[in-house]
Design a protein around this ligand. Sequence first.
Ligand code: SF4
Length: 316
Amino acid sequence: MTKPALTLYLAAPRGFCAGVDRAIKIVELAIDKWGAPVYVRHEIVHNKFVVDALRDKGAVFVEELSECPDDRPVIFSAHGVPKSVPHAAEVRNMVYVDATCPLVSKVHIEAQRHSDNGLQMIMIGHAGHPETIGTMGQLPDGEVLLVETVDDVAKVQVRDAQKLAFVTQTTLSVDDTADIVAALHVRFPAIVGPHKEDICYATTNRQEAVKAMAPHCDAMLVVGAPNSSNSQRLVEVGRKAGCGYAQLVMRATNIDWRALDGIRSVGVTAGASAPELLVNEVIDAFEQRYDLRVERVETASENVEFKVPRVLREPA
Ligand code: SF4
């Protein structure tokens, strides 16, 4: 039987970013240095496949520091942690390594600096996401006001409209955030913020590639986890950019083939925490069913690399 023809547009860049790469390396190096088990507070990055692979090597994933014993090392995830977490580890004399992405740490520093200068902080982010909790937790409870939407901007109650600054989560939709930032500037003309926002290079680049690809695609699949903020944003960006069917899939076995019936083109990308192996698995699954032509849609090239902390570069 002849297979139907299909063009698969493959987004570039896609998948792992420098912060995720570094966080995974930190866990692997910590296990090499101190032996198993090494505790990891929260999923090191939001991907089950990555977490399971590290668990097999000797990582133990917990949600709270209180679940870790005093005498084993603990790693804090790439999303960042409130200041109270390293403080609690120090009180217990624990060995800890902070795998917070340096681009998230930069936002933490910004928030602290504005607060030191007497400005009240507003954070644009998603309630309950670990990065939002970590960034808000750089300052005492109640000091950072969270806004998630343009509507929230109209409702937020501030101490002094002349003394305000904002930061953002790094993995938001570039376009939606621009609307929220614009609303903040209209309501609070004196508000201080980063030049654009704090959305990182990896989030921005992956969204740009999706925007370029989506109008050509009958369907689009984003390889990523449901709790991965940047992956969810890629699905939304794909839909807004004109692709009628954009879906998140954790791996090839999640593809709803019936929903793809009759398509002539499909776009494939991956969130910043999804390994390339899972993308290849998806491409292979299409190859089995279609006469496939793969076309790369490259909108940027990346060469960002972050060093692992010094303690892991030194012998045990
Ligand atoms: Fe860092 Fe951006 Fe990757 Fe998050 S998505 S880990 S902020 S580079």
